[in-house]
Design a protein around this ligand. Structure first.
Ligand SMILES: [Fe+2]
Length: 146
C-alpha cells in the first residue's frame, strides 16, 4: 500500500540523510575536500526529499512518522555508528542508494496502481536523482585507467 511504503521511504530517506551528513563531517583522506563536498551534495539532496515524502503521506490521509525512534523502526537501511574509511563510506552509500532505488520503484508502482500520478511523478524524479548519485559513487570507486 502506498501510504505504508511512503512511511518506510521516509524513515529510510532520513537514515540515509543522517549517514551522508555524518560522513561529510568525519571523512578523512588526502582528497578530503572532494569527499567533503561530494557528501554534502548527497546529504542536501537526501534532506530535500524528506519534507515532500511526509507531506504526500498527509495528503493521503495518514499521519507522518516524526521521531527518530519511528524512523529507526521504519528504515530499511542501517545507521553507521563508526567512522569508516573514505572508500568504505562511498561503498556503503552506494549500497544504500541501491536499496533506496528499490523502495522508490516500489512506491512508484504503488502510486501508479492507486492512480496517484503526482506521487508517481515525484518518485520518478527521486529515482533520477538517486541513480545519478549512484553512478557518481560507483565512479569514485574506480581506479584511474592506466
Ligand atoms: Fe558542513
Amino acid at each position: 500500500m502506498l501510504a505504508d511504503n511512503l512511511k518506510i521511504l521516509l524513515g529510510t530517506q532520513f537514515a540515509y540523510y543522517v549517514k551522508a551528513h555524518a560522513f561529510h563531517w568525519n571523512v578523512e583522506t588526502p582528497d578530503f575536500y572532494q569527499y567533503h563536498k561530494f557528501f554534502q551534495k548527497i546529504y542536501e539532496d537526501a534532506y530535500s526529499a524528506v519534507d515532500p515524502i511526509a507531506e504526500y503521506i498527509r495528503a493521503l490521509g495518514d499521519y507522518a512518522p516524526g521521531s527518530l525512534e519511528r524512523f529507526l523502526e521504519l528504515s530499511i537501511i542501517k545507521g553507521q555508528t563508526k567512522v569508516p574509511r573514505a572508500r568504505l563510506m562511498v561503498e556503503e552509500l552506494l549500497a544504500n542508494s541501491g536499496q533506496l532505488v528499490e523502495l522508490l520503484n516500489q512506491c512508484f508502482a504503488d502510486a501508479t496502481q492507486e492512480n496517484k500520478q503526482d506521487v508517481a511523478n515525484f518518485m520518478a524524479e527521486r529515482l533520477s536523482q538517486t541513480n545519478k548519485f549512484a553512478w557518481q559513487l560507483r565512479s569514485s570507486l574506480k581506479d584511474e585507467r592506466a
